[in-house]
Design a binder for this molecule. Structure first.
Ligand code: NDP
Length: 278
């Protein structure tokens, strides 16, 4: 029988621990503060920002909200980031992506002070992760490490295959698994014999953005499968990059969608804010 890794329960546990850390900070007269910037009215982004604000409220983090019109220029956005960088009462700055097309995302990410880069997207944060120095780590991969550890899944010495090499998931995920002493293989759209490579994995992490692409043929018997993908099917049902019903019986543990990796992303963002506040 396989274990379903309960991201909802683990993220709640983590948020409750953070709540206590924030209470301790408040007793010293301090409160972590996150500035959230949303440009435009993309419906998915609006929902994500709303969820982040709710999580801040639950934990006791102060959140400042900047909802800017679609017509905001890059200069105006950079000026706001500069102001928040200089404001000592702000510990974390988050710019919700994607940004409207007329704004250069890289320039915006690089404008955020690495000390306040709670999303972990700044090149300095990524570089620090790469060479094993302290810094903020991208929230989704960091959340997956937390999920594995809190589910008592050993990482050291295991064969880990990560499918996907994006800057926000696949690459930092691979670096984190390496830091945890796994033997890591990274796959992408040009990988030959993906099924064969994936079947080497003791821990298979899937972040490809293709609904239910990973079937049982990609999975070694008894592997741990982590599904990062999230897709809304017709009828509003959610699914991941993994065909859960087909794959789960062949695993020793698997994350569901929803209720697996998703809830951990926001919880880790909150952790980064509390770390910054401390
Ligand atoms: P990207 O589209 O940026 O990257 C997808 C990666 O998958 C690329 O590296 C691509 O390869 C690779 N890929 C695409 N098709 C194939 C294929 N047929 N075989 C092998 N590799 C393939 O996606 P993200 O990393 O941003 O996100 C991945 C998924 O995770 C999405 O569904 C997204 O919605 C979800 N997500 C969920 C989060 C959460 O909190 N749960 C957070 C972030 C993302 P190549 O580089 O060669 O193009």
């Amino acid at each position: 029988m396989y274990q379903i890794i309960d991201g909802k329960a683990i993220s709640t546990q983590l948020k409750d621990e953070l709540k206590e850390r924030v209470s301790a900070l408040k007793e010293q007269g301090k409160q972590p503060c996150l500035a959230v910037i949303l440009v435009g009215e993309d419906p998915a982004s609006t929902v994500y920002v709303g969820n982040k604000k709710k999580a801040c409220e639950y934990i006791g983090i102060k959140s400042l909200s900047y909802e800017l019109p679609e017509s905001t220029t890059q200069e105006e956005l950079l000026a706001l980031i500069g102001k928040l960088n200089d404001d000592d009462s702000v510990n974390g700055i988050l710019v919700q992506l994607p940004l409207p097309k007329h704004i250069d995302e890289d320039a915006v990410i690089q404008a955020i002070s690495p000390k306040k880069d709670v999303d972990g997207f700044h090149p300095q944060s990524v570089g620090a992760l790469c060479i094993g120095q302290p810094g903020f780590v991208s929230c989704t991969p960091a959340g997956i490490i937390e999920l594995l550890k809190r589910s008592n899944i050993e990482i050291a010495g295991k064969e880990c295959v990560v499918i996907g090499r994006s800057n926000i998931v696949g690459k930092p995920m691979s670096l984190l698994m390496l830091r945890e002493n796994a033997t890591v293989t990274i796959c992408h759209s040009k990988t030959r014999d993906l099924k064969e490579v994936a079947r080497r994995a003791d821990i298979l992490i899937v972040a490809i953005g293709k609904p239910k692409m990973i079937t049982a043929e990609y999975v070694k018997e008894g592997a741990v499968v982590i599904d990062v993908g999230i897709h809304r099917l017709e009828g509003k049902k959610l699914c991941g990059d993994v065909d859960f019903d087909d794959v789960a019986p062949h695993t020793s543990a698997i994350t569901p969608v929803p209720g697996g990796v998703g809830p951990m992303t926001i919880a880790m963002l909150m952790k980064n804010c509390v770390d910054a506040g401390e």
